[in-house]
Design a protein around this ligand. Structure first.
Ligand SMILES: NC(=O)C1=CN([C@@H]2O[C@H](COP(=O)(O)OP(=O)(O)OC[C@H]3O[C@@H](n4cnc5c(N)ncnc54)[C@H](OP(=O)(O)O)[C@@H]3O)[C@@H](O)[C@H]2O)C=CC1
Ligand SMILES: CC(=O)N[C@@H](CCC(=O)OP(=O)(O)O)C(=O)O
Length: 309
C-alpha cells in the first residue's frame, strides 16, 4: 500500500526533518509544492485535500488555517504545532503515554503531536500520577534545556547569524509558556507546573528534568520504587527506555540525532530527594520522529519505520 503524504510547512526545520525520515520509502508518495507555490493558498488547499495524510509543520495560526481548508473526508491530519494539543476533537499523539493510546491514534482522523518539552515531562510524570505515587494536587515543577533548533528558522538564524547571542539562557520567565496547559491536561494534574525552560548554544537535543521530594510524598517512595513504575510503564517500548545505573553526567547530546526518549531516576535515598531526567532530541521524539511514528501508526505500518532507535 502506498499513501499520499503532504507536509505543509515542508521547507521549515521540522518539515525538512520529517521529509528526511520519509525519503526513499516506497510505501509513501510525498506531495511536494515547489518554492513558488508552497505559500499559495489554492495550491495548498489542493494538496491538503488530495493527500491521505497531511503533516502540519506550521506556526499555530497557519495550522488552524490549514485545518480549515480541509474538506475531504479522506484526509487525516497530524499537527506538529501547538494549536490543537488541548483542543476538542483531537487525539494526543503520544503513543506510549497510556496503555491504549497507540490504538486510539491508529483510528484517529486528527492527531496532534505533543510538544517537545511536554514529551519529556509527561513521560516522567504521567505513570507516577497514574500509579498514585504523585497526588494529582502535587505542585510540580520542570526545568529544561533545549537546543536552539527548538525555536525554528528564526532562532537558528539568531544563533548562527554571526556571533552567537549566548551560550545558554533561561526564558519563559513570566511562567506563561504555551506548553504548560498541555502538561497539566495530559499529566492529569490539578495545577499548572512551574516551567523553567532554557536554550543552549547547541543545534539539537534536550534535557527535561522534574525535581521530586520523595520524603514529602504520601507514600515516601524510594528511587527504586519510582524507577520500577517507569520501567513497567514503558516495558516493550522500542523508543522509550529507562537507563539505570550511576552516571556522573547527563548530557544534552545523549539522544540528539535519534528518535529515542531516555528516562533516568537519579537522586539520593538518604535525603529522600529525586531528580527525574529525560533526554531526547527536540527534532526527534520531540517533533519529526513523533510525527513519523504517528503517521506509521495511523497508516497501519510498523510504528518505528524510518526512525533512529
Ligand atoms: N523546531 C522544533 O524543535 C519543534 C517545532 N515544533 C512546532 O512545529 C511547527 C513548525 O516549527 P519549525 O519547523 O521549528 O518552524 P520553522 O519556522 O523552521 O518552519 C515553519 C515553516 O512554515 C512555513 N510557513 C509559515 N507560514 C506559512 C503559511 N501560511 N503557509 C505555508 N507555509 C508557511 C515557513 O515558511 P518560510 O520558510 O518562508 O519561513 C517555514 O518554512 C511549529 O508550530 C513549532 O512550534 C514542535 C516541536 C519541536
Ligand atoms: C527553544 C525553544 O524556543 N523552543 C520552543 C518550543 C519548541 C516546540 O516544542 O514547539 P512546540 O511549541 O510546537 O511544541 C519554545 O519554547 O517556544
Amino acid at each position: 500500500m502506498t499513501i499520499g503524504v503532504f507536509i505543509d510547512g515542508g521547507h521549515g526545520t521540522t518539515g525538512l526533518e520529517i521529509a528526511d525520515r520519509l525519503d526513499g520509502r516506497d510505501d509513501i508518495a510525498l506531495i511536494v509544492l515547489d518554492d513558488a507555490h508552497r505559500k499559495d493558498d489554492a495550491a495548498r488547499r489542493a494538496a491538503l485535500n488530495d493527500a491521505d495524510f497531511v503533516i502540519l509543520c506550521l506556526p499555530d495560526d497557519a495550522s488552524r488555517d490549514a485545518v480549515g481548508m480541509i474538506s475531504s473526508a479522506k484526509t487525516r491530519v497530524i499537527d506538529a504545532s501547538s494549536a490543537h494539543r488541548v483542543a476538542d476533537g483531537w487525539t494526543y499523539g503520544f503513543a506510549e503515554l497510556e496503555a491504549d493510546q497507540q490504538a486510539v491514534i491508529a483510528a484517529a482522523p486528527r492527531v496532534t503531536n505533543p510538544g517537545c518539552y511536554p514529551t519529556g515531562f509527561l513521560a516522567l510524570v504521567r505513570p507516577l500520577v497514574r500509579a498514585g505515587l504523585i497526588p494529582t494536587s502535587w505542585p510540580l515543577s520542570v526545568n529544561a534545556l533545549s537546543g536552539y533548533s527548538g525555536g525554528g528558522k528564526a532562532m537558528i538564524a539568531e544563533f548562527e547569524g554571526g556571533e552567537s547571542p549566548t551560550r545558554a539562557r533561561a526564558y519563559g520567565l513570566d511562567l506563561a509558556h504555551k506548553h504548560i496547559a498541555e502538561m497539566r491536561r495530559h499529566a492529569g494534574i490539578d495545577h499548572l507546573p512551574i516551567f523553567q525552560p532554557g536554550v543552549a548554544d547547541t543545534y539539537r537535543g534536550m534535557i527535561v528534568e522534574v525535581p521530586l521530594p520523595l520524603h514529602a510524598l504520601p507514600g515516601k517512595p524510594t528511587l527504586a520504587q519510582v524507577e520500577a513504575v517507569l520501567t513497567d510503564a514503558y516495558k516493550g517500548s522500542p523508543l522509550v527506555r529507562i537507563a539505570s545505573g550511576d552516571v556522573k553526567f547527563v548530557r544534552i547530546e545523549d539522544d540528539a540525532g535519534t528518535d529515542r526518549l531516555t528516562l533516568r531516576v537519579c537522586g539520593n535515598d538518604a535525603t529522600g530527594q529525586a531528580r527525574l531526567i529525560a533526554t531526547l532530541d527536540n527534532l526527534g521524539k520531540g517533533a519529526a520522529g513523533a510525527a513519523v511514528q504517528n503517521l506509521n501508526i495511523m497508516a497501519g505500518f510498523d510504528a518505528t519505520v524510518g526512525l533512529t532507535l
